[in-house]
Design a protein around this ligand. Structure first.
Ligand code: FO1
Length: 325
């Protein structure tokens, strides 16, 4: 069986680690393969290096090397290089790159500079993290360099800042007027991305940010059509509980695009291809979804690996149930 997922950063990676754990624990699912399509709109060039935060978060989380408390970056990392860069007055200093993490960015930048595609580079990094042994294929959504930028106005008129500056330095506290994906006008889906959606048995949308993660992947030419046309049920997990994100700034992102911060409104963003929708069973969760979408209520909080595995198992289970109809 083939499962395909569209994922952003920390929440999506934790959900997918739960999924691979559930698959390993469920004997009749043990030969399932997973293709993860990763968001690359968060990518940024820093100190001359190409950094792919969502791809790296997926590599480290699925590969067992992530800094658990942060959800991003490497476990047991150090900051000797960035400390020296600060001493040299090199900017910016608001984005922390650990020494081991820099190994990834140096290798990626070297290989890209040699003419390898982001897909080829990501495959080499995935090998290092043992993803193929787990039946996991990680694909960037596109090999075209793209970047999400955010239009903000702090009083001197509107200006565009890189997504990471808005997300990390501004903590999304400055209202975003709009998001634009620089380079998307030239982008094409990376090799295998559209087929992974079309040929899947189940497609999953983890609880990633619907605007700056899943929403960016949906903007890659052909992705939305593939989701509309696939035979696979498309099962999403709400990133909100009672109108609040479980982590990150999905509320600030939804506000920026004029969408209500509710599970129902997020499902509405996926209405043209969504088959099933998981919402939290807390009392202040209304739990509606567009007509025709099958809603299941259950706890969505991923406190640990077991609860993430249970959540992912429930999402996959709903997909398998709807596939048989
Ligand atoms: N997030 C922060 O809040 N502060 C950081 O300094 C930071 C550094 C960082 C370095 C590498 C990386 O892969 C991710 C990093 N993140 C940091 C997280 C990142 O901003 C977000 O995880 C994603 O871009 C949003 O999904």
């Amino acid at each position: 069986m083939h499962v395909t997922a569209l994922s952003g950063g920390v929440g999506g990676a934790r959900f997918l680690r739960g999924l691979t754990t559930h698959l390993a624990r469920t004997s009749d699912l043990a030969d399932t393969t997973l293709t993860v399509i990763g968001n690359t709109g968060d990518d940024i060039t820093l100190f001359g290096l190409r950094v792919c935060p969502d791809l790296d978060t997926l590599l480290y989380t699925l590969g067992g090397g992530v800094h658990e408390g942060q959800g991003w970056g490497r476990a047991d990392d150090t900051a000797a290089v960035q400390t020296e860069l600060a001493a040299l007055g090199v900017q910016p200093q608001w984005f922390g790159l650990g020494d081991r993490d820099l190994g990834t960015h140096i290798a990626r930048s070297l290989w890209l500079g040699q003419g390898h595609t982001l897909s080829e580079v990501t495959a080499r990094l995935a090998d290092r993290w043992g993803l193929p042994d787990g039946g996991i294929t990680l694909l960037p959504m596109t090999d075209t360099p793209v970047e999400t930028h955010v239009v903000v106005d702090e009083g001197e008129g509107p200006r565009a800042v890189h997504f990471q500056e808005w997300w990390v330095r501004m903590r999304a506290a400055v209202p975003a007027q709009r998001f634009l994906v620089v380079g998307m006008e030239r982008a094409t889906a990376a090799p295998g991305v559209l087929d992974a959606i079309r040929k899947a048995d189940v497609v999953l949308l983890p609880p990633s940010n619907p605007v700056v993660s899943v929403g960016i992947i949906l903007g890659v030419p052909g992705v939305r059509d593939a989701l509309r046309g696939t035979q696979a049920p498309v099962i999403g997990v709400s990133p909100l509980v009672g109108g609040r994100p479980l982590r990150g700034h999905a509320d600030a992102c939804l506000r920026a695009i004029g969408v209500e911060t509710s599970s129902a409104a997020v499902a509405g963003l996926y209405a043209d291809f969504l088959t099933g929708w998981l919402v939290d069973d807390s009392l202040d969760e209304v739990g509606e979804a567009p007509a025709g979408v099958h809603v299941r209520r259950r706890p969505l909080l991923m406190r640990d690996l077991d609860s993430a595995a249970d959540l992912a198992g429930a999402a996959l289970g709903l997909g398998l149930e709807l596939r048989r109809r």
